[in-house]
Design a protein around this ligand. Sequence first.
Ligand SMILES: NC(=O)C1=CN([C@@H]2O[C@H](COP(=O)(O)OP(=O)(O)OC[C@H]3O[C@@H](n4cnc5c(N)ncnc54)[C@H](OP(=O)(O)O)[C@@H]3O)[C@@H](O)[C@H]2O)C=CC1
Ligand SMILES: O=C1O[C@H](COP(=O)(O)O)[C@@H](O)[C@H](O)[C@H]1O
Length: 514
Amino acid sequence: MPRERSMSGTIPSMETTHDELKDNTIIVVLGASGDLAKKKTLPALFGLFRQKFLPRDCKIVGYARTKMDKAEFDKRATSYIKGTEDPEVSKALDDFKKALTYVAGGYEDAESFQNLEKHLKEIEANYQSKECNRIFYLALPPTVFIPVAKNLKENCYAPKGGINRIIIEKPFGKDLDSARELLNSVKQYWTEDETFRIDHYLGKEMVKNLLVLRFANVAMGACWDKNSISNVQITFKEPFGTEGRGGYFDEFGIIRDILQNHLLQVLSILTMERPVSFAAEDIRDEKVKVLRSIPPIERSDTLLGQYVSANGKPGYLDDETVPPNSVCPTFAATTLWIHNPRWEGVPFILKAGKALNEAKVEVRIQFKDVTQGIFKDIARNELVIRIQPSEAVYLKMNAKSPGLYTRAIPTEMDLTYKRRFTDSKIPEAYEALILDALRGDHSNFVRHDELDVAWKIFTPILHWIDGQSGPRPRPVSYPYGSRGPKELDAFIGKYGYKRGDAAYFWPITSLASL
Ligand SMILES: NC(=O)C1=CN([C@@H]2O[C@H](COP(=O)(O)OP(=O)(O)OC[C@H]3O[C@@H](n4cnc5c(N)ncnc54)[C@H](OP(=O)(O)O)[C@@H]3O)[C@@H](O)[C@H]2O)C=CC1
Ligand SMILES: O=C1O[C@H](COP(=O)(O)O)[C@@H](O)[C@H](O)[C@H]1O
């Protein structure tokens, strides 16, 4: 396959670079009894199966320590699949179950994996070709990544001629050193080409759209730099707290959970230079280049928060799984600076929080003030890319109010997906990514050097928060269900964000009320 490729206007997805898996493929989901497998991986596999994107006669093998029979596994594996009241879905589900089997075994001992190998061989005995392909999806805690990677390679690697791939989920380490250790250990067994590191935000439709928005529109390209843009916010808001998951969360905190991976990935695509082509390595080269221009985050560019009980909802410390007096941040805003000619001086504010007032993930690009003189106190343009919910891209802009006098009022150009694309289904991020892994397309997976540089940006601030470089900073509190700490608006204001003074009415402006 040629390395340099371009994206045609008529081809909706990127072409693939590697071997697309056709027949004779087994997908092994390790950690199949867990939450991730049940809520995301297996429903995504069903989605692909139903839309006929899985290789023909593909089998799915669940593997975990829990002992269960096929009926129990089938029930678990399909418990989060929606729409089963529809006969077509229900029929597809019955067929999907026929492709499922389950093997119980440990993660550390070779014998368990030899047993898994025996099962894989039995399935493959029914395939036409001797060249069989195996995809291993690790829906597992990182503590067992290394023994599992080793055991899979030593005991379950498809014989010569077949293709082997391993899909790994975050967290990829806790800081630069632990990430390097993890990466290097996995690398002893699996090549970079065989490894697919998932950051599920890279599978979200609007994140994938960033490349097209930026590079398929001359108008966007022309204003995409420090000359036009004042500041950028990338925001993640969740309206619920840790609620029982506090034990896990407390070890990581919101920065490792969301900012260091999901929001930084969005930032890198938003700010990278135009890649030579849409080939995976060309895209990832540009992402790494821009990330390398970002110095480690300063403490003074950071605001940390922790939610407290409000409106009848429990505070973070009320969660029984959270250690008493924990100072783990459940909210963080950090400002990153990119030292390159395009972005010098533009603040990129990444902010994320749990137990906030709404569910929302968006990129908000605020442009500079228009030249003063003919307009006074006019609202700034903002380009908002709403990643979820209800995918949309809208440009907040000023227009003349209709009528026999001239007045500028804030309005917008609006591309709301569900109005514009009425007959399309937005794929789940995991469906999109598993399909990419089946096709061998690494574009939407995290390369080892990308991860390394991402940790370099965040490690000093994380060590400060963890108390490795002095006393631990105490997060400010914010009420459950609020927009975040009351200090947030001043924090954002410090970087030049201006909230428009003029009233902005959406979706309809009544001139009589102005
Ligand atoms: N296609 C669509 O669906 C469109 C929808 N709209 C809707 O119009 C409304 C306004 O849109 P928009 O201006 O983009 O979004 P918002 O007014 O919701 O938010 C704009 C910015 O102001 C901040 N903010 C929100 N509330 C406050 C507050 N009380 N004090 C200080 N800052 C605040 C937000 O911060 P933070 O997010 O951190 O709270 C955000 O950075 C929204 O409901 C939006 O969904 C508009 C255009 C198109
Ligand atoms: O990785 C994670 O992401 C989810 C949010 O994912 P989304 O697709 O629903 O936006 C978050 O809840 C979780 O804490 C985090 O580990």
